[in-house]
Structure formats: C-alpha cells, structure tokens
Design a protein around this ligand. Structure first.
Ligand SMILES: Nc1ncnc2c1ncn2[C@@H]1O[C@H](COP(=O)(O)OP(=O)(O)OP(=O)(O)O)[C@@H](O)[C@H]1O
Ligand SMILES: N[C@@H](CCO)C(=O)O
Length: 318
C-alpha cells in the first residue's frame, strides 16, 4: 500500500502555485505509506514530499506543524513543512488536509551500524534538549492511562500466562510511576528505524511525527533503545546501546529518578507496542489491507527486559 487518494499532474501543478517552490516536473505516489497518501514531487527547485491526511485526528495537525517548525528552526534533521506565499503551511487538496515537506535524503537503516546509532542518539539528545521549551501541548495518546484502559480488550486473545504477565506488569508500572514527575517535553513517540533516513552514516532525516506529543522524554528514549539496540533474539546489543545512549547523554543527562525508572520504562514501552500491535490484529483492524506488525516481537522484548537488567549507563562507566 498505498496511495488512497490519487492526484493528477494538473492538480498538483496548480497546488504548487500556492508556494514558491517552482513548477512541477514529476509526481510519483509512494507505495510504502500505511496511513496517509504520500507523493514524491520534483520541481525546478528541488524534491518535495506531499502528504494528504486520510485518517481523521485532523485537529492535531496544527500541533505537528508547530512542532516541526520549531525543531527545523533549531536545525534538527526534520522536514519543516513548507509554508505558502501567505505563510500558511496547512492546506487542503482533493478534499483532504495537505502538507508539503522538503524530501529528506537517504533510506531506512535495517541494521544500523554504530556511527548511525550515535547519530540518532545525538539528534534525539539535541531534540529533547530543545523540546522541553516547546510550548505546544498534546497529551501522550499511548501513556500508562491508555495501557491501563485498553489492555483489557486484548486479554481474551492471550494465553493464561500472558494475561497474567500483562496485568502484573501494568500494576507494577502504576506503582512505580505513582506521584512521579519525570522531565517532559515534545517527543516523537514512534522513533523506529523506519522513521529515519540515512545517507551513509549521516542522519538525513527523522520523519513521521504523527505520534508526536508532549510527554516524558524517557518514554521516547526507551522506544528508541528497544527498537534500535535489540538484536534478533531481543537481547540488548551492548555496543549499539552504548553508542545511542552515550551520544544522547552528552546533550541531556538523566536525572536520578529517570535512571531508577529506566528498566521499568524499557518494559513499559515494550508492552506499549505489544499492546498496540495486538489491538490492530484483534480489536481495531485497519480499513486498508496492510500486513500488520508482529506483536510477538514486543512480547519477546518484554520478556528479555524482565530477564536481564539493562547495561549500566555509558557516562557512569566512563
Ligand atoms: N520528508 C520526507 N523525506 C523523504 N521521504 C519521506 C518523507 N516523508 C515521508 N517519506 C517517505 O514516505 C514513506 C511514507 O511516509 P509516512 O511514514 O509519513 O507515511 P505513513 O502513511 O504515515 O506510513 P507509516 O506510518 O506506515 O510509515 C516513508 O516511509 C518514507 O519513505
Ligand atoms: N512503529 C509502530 C507502527 C507505527 O505506529 C510499530 O512498529 O508497531
């Protein structure tokens, strides 16, 4: 999948007249998208990505625009939306909300090397340093309240052991995070490898901010470590772990409370994806025909995080 709303060359050529990006040369639908319709556009002045939003939740689009504007202005490698001649970013095209972005260079790293891991840690550390001062607000839609509410819907589809595990874990997190306020700011919320683009070792771009929200920075970091630093069996790869965290901590040292809660946050974010993937399969199947992500991967990661504590923090080992 998928371009859900096809666009003609004429439609896009006319649309581009709102901006100062030059005239249309080529238009190509991007097959990888699962939620929105995405097009690669070339003009006399460069390469762009045109996104039509298909899924609802449109009231959050101004938050995403403001966040991307804010991060791009601080030279983070994110696609800052292009604003039209009147300074407006959010448009409508073919009856859908639409945004135009610069096309970022590179491809998704499936097996990131240590330089790529360090580049990610560096960008995330810089992003979190800046994003604590971002004034926009969007509650984290996948926080502990969400886990607590929605996990009950998947329990009937799990083995007795997994039901007990999921319920016990959520009770643990509730206790561990009770009354705790961790450093917060704007977060990406889904910073998997397939939401980054690398040109060799250089991080060309962090994309797909549509899970972006304001929440605990440690939540974002734990999502990254689980996806980027787990090996095929689900164990943490010590080198990747150290490369990401070392680069991150150089920009934003963790507080004592964050260090204490780190193992719990790794478990909670593993469970967050175990649950969201189970919900896609059993409860809220998407309208479109897409291959769902495998929930078992995150059940495995949760088991591994329970089995062994994560390695020490690289700055503490120095
Ligand atoms: N600014 C950009 N620069 C370069 N490529 C981009 C950019 N934005 C999106 N893409 C490409 O388009 C693809 C789909 O975009 P996006 O991730 O926004 O779509 P989606 O429908 O939300 O899908 P999913 O969430 O499953 O990745 C990405 O995997 C990437 O290859
Ligand atoms: N990154 C998510 C999918 C997009 O939200 C997952 O791997 O389940």
């Amino acid at each position: 999948m998928a371009v859900f709303t096809p666009l003609s060359d004429d439609q896009v050529a006319e649309f581009l007249e709102r901006y100062t990006v030059g005239r249309l040369q080529t238009l190509k639908g991007v097959p990888q998208g699962t939620e929105n319709s995405t097009f690669f556009v070339t003009t006399e002045q460069g390469e762009w990505v045109l996104t039509l939003f298909e899924q609802g939740g449109f009231e959050d689009l101004p938050f995403f625009v403001d966040l991307l504007d804010y991060l791009a202005a601080r030279r983070l490698p994110v696609p800052g939306p292009v604003h039209d001649r009147d300074g407006v970013a959010l448009q409508r095209l073919a009856g859908r909300p639409a945004l135009l972005f610069p096309r970022m260079p590179g491809s998704h790293p499936s097996a990131p090397n240590l330089a790529q891991c360090a580049a990610l840690g560096d960008a995330l550390g810089r992003m979190h340093q800046a994003s604590q001062h971002f004034t926009g607000e969007r509650a984290n839609p996948r926080d502990l309240d969400w886990l607590t509410r929605r996990h009950r819907e998947v329990l009937p589809f799990l083995s007795g052991d997994d039901q007990a595990l999921m319920s016990r874990e959520i009770a643990d997190y509730t206790q561990a995070f009770d009354g705790i306020e961790l450093p917060s700011g704007a977060i990406h919320g889904d910073l998997f490898r397939d939401n980054t683009l690398y040109d060799g070792d250089r991080l060309g771009g962090i994309i797909d901010f549509y899970n972006g929200c304001t929440g605990e920075l440690l939540f974002d970091l734990a999502i990254v470590i689980n996806d980027w630093a787990s090996d095929e069996t689900g164990d943490l790869d010590a080198d990747r772990y150290e490369a990401i965290l070392g680069a991150y901590l150089a920009h934003r040292p963790l507080t004592g409370q964050e260090r204490e809660l780190w193992p719990t946050m790794l478990r909670m974010t593993a469970l967050r994806y175990w649950l969201s993937r189970l919900l896609v399969i059993h409860v809220d199947p998407p309208a479109h025909d897409i291959t769902p992500h495998d929930p078992a991967r995150f059940r495995t990661l949760l088991g591994k995080r329970l089995e062994a504590a994560p390695p020490g923090f690289p700055d503490a080992m120095a």
